[in-house]
Ligand binder design. Structure first.
Ligand code: FAQ
Length: 311
């Protein structure tokens, strides 16, 4: 019986149908989606911290408004993604507990510090740019609630990327010090951004299964190459350089070929030993504790409504 269900499930995937929460699905498909979507939700929420750090120091009111809106969008993305994950039968409080207790992963990229204002520009441009490349594909993922969340999130990320690139354009047209500050931020964020796409395909244990189920539609290396191809010309257009002595354009394939990525650094960071992992989790724990009264108030209100509804 299970075998027949599996075959029917795979046939639906092959036919390009979306899988919805009440549909039969293999337990492994459910577990993989919970893993990926909860990591994604945590990344959005932890991802508010590096830029949030600059809201009070934005150089103009206009920059401050845009940054505030961007960081708020990320909170919203975290909320849709926790809700979408809950359709798979898990409870967001458990997922959040896993994050706070250091059991859950979130994107490597949010464990690096934001040292200058140029970092805010480069995060919007590189990090949101990488997120768009990854998530435009995930908008075609086989799980309905995830795919629909991605469509809306991508629209918002497109605005994030533009606000970031515009900051960088302004700095690139500025004083030598501003140009230097921009180049320094590009140098620090380039390699960790390439790592966001995950380990190389031959070291990516989850890819084969996720591709078969059309959860992923492209491999880590394919998306990484696509990001490099669109981003290198943008760096050059600003008169800046990419911190990779081996970078070269390959006429035959139309790809920008890049040098080796330091995967030891990647594994170190995602196992909890990056420059800011402790600080990020501490900030999340503090925010969670300080938000306890809101959760209590919401629950008390829900109880009161329930009592009123059933006299
Ligand atoms: N960071 O077998 P694979 C954003 C782990 S964008 C940390 O290749 P998979 C927007 C992976 O979990 C960022 N860990 O895994 C924003 C696995 O470990 P596990 C969030 C990583 O799933 C912008 C192990 O390595 N986006 O937030 C990373 O097939 C600006 C082996 O890897 C998403 O989460 C990494 N970068 O492919 C917000 C997108 N890469 O779980 C604020 C959804 C890999 O077995 C400001 N996720 N690992 O213990 C995905 O597309 C996929 O999960 C990948 C990884 C591509 C990230």
């Amino acid at each position: 019986h299970e075998e027949a269900l599996l075959q029917e499930f795979q046939a639906r995937i092959e036919a390009g149908e979306k899988i919805e929460p009440r549909d039969w699905m293999p337990e492994r498909y459910r577990r993989q989606l919970i893993r990926m979507m909860s990591q994604h939700a945590h990344s959005e929420v932890v991802g508010m911290l590096p830029e949030g750090n600059w809201i009070t120091r934005a150089p103009t009111l206009r920059r401050k408004l845009a940054l505030l809106a961007k960081v708020q969008d990320e909170a919203g993305h975290g909320l849709y993604l926790y809700s979408a994950t809950e359709t798979l039968g898990v409870d967001r409080y458990q997922l959040i507990q896993d994050l706070l207790e250091g059991r859950a992963k979130y994107s490597n990229i949010f464990n690096y510090p934001t040292l200058t204002w140029a970092d805010v520009g480069v995060i919007g441009w590189f990090v949101d740019g990488a997120a768009i490349v990854n998530q435009t594909m995930l908008a075609k993922t086989s799980y309905g609630p995830y795919s629909r969340a991605m469509i809306r999130i991508c629209k918002e990320e497109a605005f994030h990327k533009r606000q970031g690139y515009e900051i960088c354009v302004t700095l690139a047209r500025g004083t030598p010090e501003q140009r230097q500050m921009l180049q320094d931020a590009i140098n620090r964020w380039w390699w960790p951004t390439l790592m966001m796409f995950g380990p190389p395909d031959d070291q990516s244990p989850n890819s084969a299964e996720l591709l078969r189920w059309k959860v992923k539609r492209k491999t880590n290396d394919e998306l990484r190459q696509h990001f490099v191809n669109i981003t290198v010309p943008q760096v050059l257009a600003l008169g800046m350089t990419v911190p990779d002595p081996e970078l070269r354009y390959d006429e035959k394939t139309g790809n920008w070929i890049f040098g080796p990525i330091d995967w030891d650094e990647f594994w170190r960071v995602i196992r909890g030993h990056g420059p800011c992992n402790r600080e990020r989790l501490q900030a999340r724990r503090k925010a969670h504790e300080e938000g306890a009264w809101v959760r209590e108030a919401v629950q008390a209100y829900a109880r009161k409504r329930q009592q009123q509804a059933s006299p």
